[in-house]
Design a binder for this molecule. Structure first.
Ligand SMILES: [Zn+2]
Length: 580
């Protein structure tokens, strides 16, 4: 954390008030919890993530990440921590803000938390820190304001003894996060290389849930991220008072750094130097950080290791640990660090897909509410599909959406044209009356609404008409009678089956349903009227003629009894059109 002085304190008060004020989002969350009191009652053992921070503004950012806030539990005697309880993704999280600065304070708070919540497995110290700008640190990382430093190692920089020749030997804490956290961090680190950072979207979602946070936690302008030469001190007013901004600092001592491609926080992994001293001196910063190879400074991490609170330390960079430091970037830096943790805890996102909203038998409003509840959980992304019914369009139409038929229109055209061009009779019709034939094909494409199965069934019917000697006017009538709705089309096809075949139709469908990949030959045996074939004992092997006869007969039987709803596929199997 950084010592932010008097004006900072006032702002912290404002932030706290912001949470007490009219925060609609928090209130509604609470109400929901109240309604589910029976289910949502928690005990200390439910909490497996312990999240410590040092400043109210850091606690504010942490709260912003909660998916749900839980009722407070009665305090344990002797524990002076003030806890906020809630849930992030699948984890129940306990948040606590340290009552003051420094390593000793951090140690006692951490001990209390572990005592009150004995099942904590993941310890986190999340907040702001002073960054060590690029070229000076051993790692050469280009650390900037708003970036996030994840502590692979925490080293206490201000404890030790000065030995011969003035060499300072450090004897304080040198700790690493526990292995299970390192594993999670490494997984996320791998993700950085494969996909864009999720921090911007996590922050955007936080602002969406808590619009009032935007006022304080939004990102300051990039222009306000100013880095000066390490040995150039901040301008002090004539009366010795410190100017709040660097407006009067010598801009020629400002270091030029390349413009970044975007404003997203960069995540750095490395060492964090921890100590009781506030570092506000560029030269000291570079000397100590250079010694340790540290990327940033904080004032608590070493205390946590002392207390046996093995944790991951995550720091949003709010200043450069020099005399120019001010508090402008603190809130955003705290939010960026909290967002990193949120990302870490929710490595995986859930995708929820509902197909055919319109086919739901029941209350559509219930279905809509279910979908809304799902997407209210920030790690669930939902995709719904439906025919364009007004009831669904009104609710989901404003979100990103697409019409499937707009995407498949080209493919549908290819299917329709290829199918009809392969038919000699149709080609002749086409050459005789090109205009009428074209209009006919266009109608098929338009009526399909992008449904390939519809096209398939309809072309079957039309080709049957062509082989019956239908003229194009007959085909037009045939097409006009075909329902545009797939379900009605199925019914219409079933209705065309001769009534005396219908018993057999049902049997064929049932055989196929029991054995979806049945071959034509097996189908022909299953379709036997009696079991006489088998009465003489083991059957003789079939001759090739018998084989061809059987396959040919079953093909014709199936065609006439299912009207194309079942058909032989390329591999000589019968497939049901609905599933195939
Ligand atoms: Zn300055």
């Amino acid at each position: 954390m950084s010592n932010s002085g008097c004006s900072g304190q006032k702002r912290h008060q404002q932030l706290e008030n912001a949470f007490k004020g009219p925060p609609e989002a928090f209130r509604s969350k609470r109400r929901r919890t109240d309604n589910n009191m029976g289910r949502d009652l928690h005990v200390p053992d439910d909490y497996t993530v312990g999240w410590l921070c040092a400043l109210p503004l850091e606690l504010g950012a942490a709260k912003g990440m909660l998916d749900e806030e839980h009722e407070a539990l009665p305090p344990r005697l002797g524990d002076s921590n003030n806890y906020t309880l809630g849930r992030i993704g699948q984890h129940n999280v306990v948040l606590a803000c340290l009552p003051g600065y420094g390593i000793a304070m951090a140690a006692s708070s951490a001990r209390n938390m572990l005592h009150s919540f004995p099942k904590i497995q993941i310890g986190l110290m999340v907040g702001i820190g002073g960054g060590v700008p690029g070229s000076q640190s051993h790692d050469g990382a280009d650390v900037r304001l708003g970036d996030v430093v994840v502590g692979e190692r925490v080293i206490q920089h201000d404890m030790g003894k000065t030995e011969r020749n003035g060499y300072f030997k450090r004897t304080g804490v040198d700790s690493q996060p526990p292995n299970h956290i390192v594993t999670a961090v490494n997984r996320l680190r791998g993700d950085h290389k494969l996909m864009p950072s999720k921090i911007p979207s996590i922050l955007a979602e936080m602002f969406q849930r808590h619009p009032f946070m935007k006022e304080h936690y939004a990102r300051p302008t990039t222009a306000s991220d100013q880095l000066f030469d390490a040995d150039y001190e901040h301008f002090e007013a004539c009366d010795g008072g410190k100017a709040a901004t660097c407006d009067n600092c010598n801009s020629s001592r400002r270091l030029a750094r390349p413009t970044r491609r975007n404003e997203h926080p960069v995540i750095h992994y490395g060492k964090i130097a921890s100590g009781n001293q506030v570092i506000k001196h560029g030269v000291t910063r570079d000397r100590v950080a250079g010694d340790l190879g540290a990327l940033c400074f904080d004032m608590e991490a070493a205390g946590l290791a002392d207390a046996g609170f093995r944790c991951l330390v995550v720091r949003g960079i709010s200043d450069y640990a020099d005399s120019h430091k001010n508090s402008r970037w603190q809130e955003y830096a705290a939010a960026a660090a909290a967002a990193f943790v949120d990302w870490l805890e929710n490595g995986e996102e859930t995708y929820w897909i509902t197909d055919g909203l319109d086919e739901f038998i029941g209350d559509h409003d219930e279905l809509i509410q279910l979908t809304r509840d799902l997407v209210a959980c920030k790690h669930i992304k939902a995709c719904v599909a439906s025919r364009p019914w007004t009831v669904f369009q009104q609710v989901f139409g404003k979100r990103s959406n697409l019409m499937l038929q707009h995407l498949t229109v080209k493919d549908i055209e290819i299917v329709v044209r290829t199918t009809f061009n392969n038919n000699d009779d149709f080609r002749r019709m086409h050459s005789r009356n090109q205009q009428q034939a074209e209009s006919f094909l266009t109608q098929i494409m338009n009526r399909s609404s992008g449904v390939f199965l519809w096209v398939r069934l309809v072309t079957q019917s039309l080709l049957r008409g062509i082989s019956n000697g239908d003229k194009i006017s007959d085909l037009q009538k045939r097409l006009d009678e075909i329902p545009e709705n797939l379900e009605d089309l199925f019914q219409k096809i079933l209705d065309t089956i001769e009534p005396r075949y219908r018993q057999q139709t049902a049997e064929l469908f049932q055989i196929h349903r029991a054995h979806p990949s049945i071959s034509a030959l097996r189908m022909s045996f299953a379709d036997e009227e009696s079991h006489e074939t088998w009465s003489d004992g083991a059957p003789e092997p079939l001759t090739m003629d018998e084989f061809v006869d059987r396959c040919d007969q079953i093909r014709r039987r199936i065609d006439s009894r299912t009207m194309g709803l079942l058909e032989l596929d390329k591999h000589d199997k019968y497939t049901n059109q609905e599933y195939g």
